[in-house]
Design a protein around this ligand. Structure first.
Ligand SMILES: [Zn+2]
Length: 350
């Protein structure tokens, strides 16, 4: 979902502060402005995406993290697990703010490679100051952050909401799989469905928009079963009150269990046809976005079809995310389509 043209690269323009967490020749995009569909207003909106180097995902540190997630590796590359002071984090925020000023985005999206709502990853005073900044901004009208459910508390949400004033808050949480066994053992997510639902309830009771991440193709699942599981998970997410869903598809990053299986020929990212199949079957339930395939560290392999149609379909996904117009995803024939169909048909049931 990233817009390359609005990306600033560190070496060119940013002096001292970013060199604090980026090695000299490390090329990183720390913010960009792009357009995505605003499901609430039913129109595209400009969003400012800020990558804030928090102390890193506490779950990844404690447990090794989720089987597909490169947060651990990303941490060691970018800030070596160091915790940045509040002052430095706020400087990064302010620098980004100055540089996007002319674009007047209506949404601020923060990715911190973990849970923004965890005081141990993003200090509480930084969370609060950012909310205050959004509330005072003449153009920003909403803030999006990500969190694991255990950091969603009534007290925290009420206080951030208070600071945001008239501006709205959206929180993204990864449920990934509705089936407990898959979520526990294949994704290694480390929380119960009950805990997740409780967090959704707290958010909904406080008028926070809830985005749920659903994962397409955990390790050990075949193409067909992963499609069914993703469909069931999207249905469940909307049934417990999700306002929006993002379908995140498996891609391969260094330092993950998924990468080990991939190297042994035991795992492949999903086909793009599978992504289309899921969206086709769930789009009537509510807004469902297609997650991007770019991340830090850069993926080794991403979802694909054949070389003839893959890049065309990925471009269509970008346009789909900007408009949520599902007719864009109508299948156009490619010679790899029957190969995909045959694969689904030939897989054994789980
Ligand atoms: Zn093809």
């Amino acid at each position: 979902m990233r817009a390359k043209d609005n990306v600033l690269t560190i070496r060119k323009t940013i002096p001292s502060i970013l060199s604090l967490f980026v090695k000299k020749r490390y090329h990183i995009e720390f913010f960009y402005v792009d357009e995505i569909y605003d499901a609430k207003k039913s129109q595209p909106m400009k969003r400012w995406v800020l990558l804030l180097p928090g102390a890193g995902c506490s779950w990844a540190k404690k447990s090794g993290g989720c089987s597909m997630c490169g947060f651990n590796c990303r941490l060691s590359q970018i800030n070596r697990g160091k915790r940045f002071s509040s002052t430095k984090l706020l400087k990064i925020f302010k620098l980004g703010k100055i540089l996007i000023e002319g674009k007047k985005p209506s949404n601020l999206t923060i990715y911190n490679g973990g849970s923004f709502l965890n005081d141990g990853e993003i200090p509480r005073d930084v969370q609060e100051k950012i909310c205050k900044e959004v509330s005072e901004s003449p153009y920003l009208d909403s803030l999006f952050v990500e969190s694991r459910p255990e950091f969603v508390s009534e007290e925290k949400i009420k206080s951030l909401n208070f600071l945001l004033g008239a501006k709205s808050l959206k929180v993204g949480m990864g449920l990934e799989c509705v089936t407990d066994y898959y979520r526990d053992y294949y994704v290694h997510k480390g929380f119960s469905r009950y805990r997740f639902r409780e967090a959704v309830n707290i958010l909904k009771q406080n008028n926070v928009t809830v985005l749920v991440y659903v994962f397409l193709k955990p390790i050990h699942l075949g193409e067909r079963e992963s499609i069914s599981e993703a469909i069931r998970t999207v249905e469940y997410a909307f049934s417990i009150g999700a306002d929006e869903v993002a379908l995140e598809s498996a891609f391969i990053q260094e330092g993950t269990v998924m990468k080990e299986l991939y190297s042994q020929g035991e795992f492949e990212p999903p086909w793009l046809w599978s992504i289309i199949e899921v969206i086709k079957q769930v789009h009537h339930l509510g807004p469902v976005y297609i997650g991007g395939f770019e991340d830090e560290p850069p993926p080794i392999d991403v979802p694909h079809n054949c070389p003839k149609c893959s890049s065309r379909i990925r471009k269509i996904f970008q346009e789909y995310n900007r408009t949520l117009n599902v007719s864009l995803l109508k299948r156009r024939y490619c010679e790899c389509l029957p190969i995909w169909e045959k694969k689904l048909f030939s897989e054994e049931s789980v």
